[in-house]
Design a protein around this ligand. Structure first.
Ligand SMILES: Nc1ncnc2c1ncn2[C@@H]1O[C@H](COP(=O)(O)OP(=O)(O)O)[C@@H](O)[C@H]1O
Ligand SMILES: [Mg+2]
Length: 345
């Protein structure tokens, strides 16, 4: 089935096609000085395109069918999907054996760098709330506004990118699979994705639903609250896996205050922390049915975001785009999520 976007922007835009030579000169011959990262797809370089635009150029290092398939899925998806909450694909190169993807360059890098890298520039509480909201909006778009829904499958802090205003977009749909891609009625598949973020049912059986993304989203919320890595072998036993360590603490106000990222010190709002922790606790429930829909998460975060977004028209919560999204939302906040937040306050 063709992916059809249920939004006001359902036109299919064309990705630019680049020659290998053009991208070679854009990245100063893939100079190590231009290298900005290395992920599952291959090396990532900063480059200046012939029209002067800054870009992130991903050079695929994997050969064979799997890599080729991912490449085609990525190009196909990204040229069809348009949302202020998703990373734009500018174009691609499929010159001879070379496979490259060209994206808009996100000047402030990934959330992972901000939270976990050595010379990290950490984020204040208000920015973390906005990051959580924008990331939820990105997933909401994939789950609720695309038909059939798209499951991201690799939702994690390194796929949450920030621009110069710290506005957030989601990246990497190379692993994405449409909800309609089913085997024997189930959207089941090989287990891909990243350790520490994988929903237990997906890790164990390969059974994949939008609720697997909601679990990964919960892990990112835990990273935002604690500043800890999802899996950290350097921590003492019992603290290596973030979800296992955090989950029993999330519903205890005292323990919750103790687990906050030390960088934040006391510069956060306790009431908001309790709310975000309650959402995280629901998202990482082992039983997928107990997890909220991402739309419920968006609804729960709106009151926290509204004040902070006043006067920023692009992503104002009350902008026409957001309002129409809310009206179109098929669900309202789940009673379970509401109740959970209430008991904690
Ligand atoms: N569009 C982009 N703008 C800026 N930095 C990017 C962009 N895309 C990727 N990066 C950086 O390159 C790194 C590697 O990206 P990627 O290949 O997607 O692997 P992963 O997401 O597993 O880290 C990211 O963690 C990020 O820091
Ligand atoms: Mg990535």
């Amino acid at each position: 089935m063709d992916t059809y976007i249920r939004s006001e922007r359902d036109e299919v835009s064309k990705a630019q096609v680049f020659t290998y030579k053009q991208l070679q000169s854009a990245t100063n011959n893939f100079s190590p000085l231009n290298k900005i990262g290395h992920g599952g797809f291959g090396l990532v370089y900063r480059g200046v395109l012939p029209d002067g635009r800054l870009a992130a150029v991903k050079l695929m290092d994997r050969q064979g069918k799997q890599g080729e398939r991912e490449f085609r899925v990525e190009v196909d998806m990204l040229t069809r999907l348009h949302s202020p909450y998703l990373l734009d694909l500018i174009g691609y190169c499929a010159d001879k054996d070379y496979r490259l993807l060209v994206y808009s360059y996100m000047a402030n890098g990934s959330l992972q760098e901000h939270l976990h890298s050595k010379g990290k520039s950490t984020l204040d509480w208000g920015t973390r709330i906005l990051v959580a909201f924008d990331a939820a909006k990105g997933l909401e778009y994939l789950h609720e506004y695309v038909i059939p829904p798209i499951i991201h499958r690799d939702f994690k802090s390194s796929n949450i990118l920030l621009d110069e205003h710290n506005d957030v977009v989601l990246a990497d749909f190379g692993l994405a699979k449409t909800g309609a891609d089913k085997i024997a009625g189930q959207p089941s598949t090989r287990v891909l994705g990243t350790q520490g973020y994988l929903a237990p049912e997906y890790a164990m059986t390969g059974h994949l639903t939008t609720k697997s993304d909601v679990y990964s989203y919960g892990v990112v919320l835990l990273e935002l609250i604690t500043g800890r890595l999802p899996v950290d072998a350097k921590r003492p036993p019992g603290q290596n896996v973030l979800v296992n360590w955090a989950l029993p603490r999330l519903t205890d106000r005292e323990k919750l205050a103790q687990m906050v990222d030390p960088y934040l010190r006391s510069q956060y709002n306790m009431k908001e922390l309790v709310q975000v922790a309650a959402i995280a606790a629901m998202c990482v429930q082992p039983e997928p049915d107990y997890r909220p829909l991402i739309t419920d998460v968006v609804q729960s975060l709106i009151p926290l975001v509204r004040q902070r977004r006043m006067g920023t028209p692009k992503r104002s919560v009350s902008s026409p785009r957001c309002v129409s999204s809310l009206l179109k939302s098929p669900t309202t906040q789940s009673p379970a999520l509401k109740a959970n937040i209430k008991t904690l306050q």
